[in-house]
Ligand binder design. Structure first.
Ligand SMILES: C[S@@+](CC[C@H](N)C(=O)[O-])C[C@H]1O[C@@H](n2cnc3c(N)ncnc32)[C@H](O)[C@@H]1O
Length: 202
């Protein structure tokens, strides 16, 4: 991951702005309780954490990412935004992390995964880990482009493969299964003609 992001991290936010759709909707829907806590799993450059800190000014925020290169950019961005006192960052694997060691807390009110599951081979474990430590889990990622032209779908999938990104065809079904295992429900939705899929487990 570090090898891929070593150079990309410098142009990441500029280029991804146009195709990581649905991130701002997810941030608006987080609605943490007053003085609540929010964790982004796979926080990349910190773009979402900064937006969430501004949207929810009383929240405390945490971000973890497996890539130290991305975290270096995130740290710069958070400091530049003047939010270093509200956003704490740490290196960790979404599929296996210790929240207490990372954040000093046993649970968070909200956890979210934005365009991260499509890059994590054991992605179901990442969802299950998030559900285990958060009152509500929000997910957005690439969908199956089910209502877009086939040629667009084929081109997008080929292009995403170059970045080791695999949209998860059974994301909605797995979200419902994992939620049920925890006696929770999962609300799933498809956006932008299937370009992006979302799920909220809680
Ligand atoms: C496409 S970027 C999305 C970044 C950010 N969430 C956003 O929406 O802009 C995916 C991020 O997931 C991170 N990532 C990939 N595998 C991971 C894993 N196993 N654990 C934690 N982070 C991971 C990558 O390093 C990268 O920063």
């Amino acid at each position: 991951m570090d090898a891929m992001y070593r150079t990309q991290r410098h142009i990441y936010d500029l280029t991804r702005k146009y195709y990581l759709l649905g991130r701002d909707r997810l941030i608006r829907e987080l609605a943490p309780p007053p003085d609540g806590t929010i964790l982004e799993i796979g926080c990349g450059t910190g773009r979402n954490l900064i937006a969430a800190a501004r949207a929810w000014p009383r929240a405390r925020l945490y971000g973890l990412d497996i890539s130290n290169e991305m975290l270096a950019t995130a740290r710069n961005n958070v400091a530049r935004a003047g939010l270093a006192d509200r956003i704490r960052l740490a290196q960790a694997d979404a599929a296996d992390f210790d929240l207490l060691a990372l954040c000093g807390c046993q649970r968070v009110d909200r956890a979210f995964l934005s365009y991260t599951l499509s890059m994590i081979p054991p992605w179901q474990a990442a969802i299950a880990n998030a559900v285990a430590i958060a009152d509500r889990v929000h997910i957005v990622d690439f969908g199956q482009q089910e209502r877009l032209p086939a040629v667009f779908r084929k081109g997008l999938l080929a292009w995403l493969r170059r970045f080791h990104v695999t949209p998860r065809a059974n994301l909605h079904a797995e979200a419902k299964t994992i939620a049920a295992q925890w006696n929770l429900t999962a609300e799933t939705a498809s956006h932008y003609r299937g370009y992006a899929w979302s799920a909220v487990l809680g």
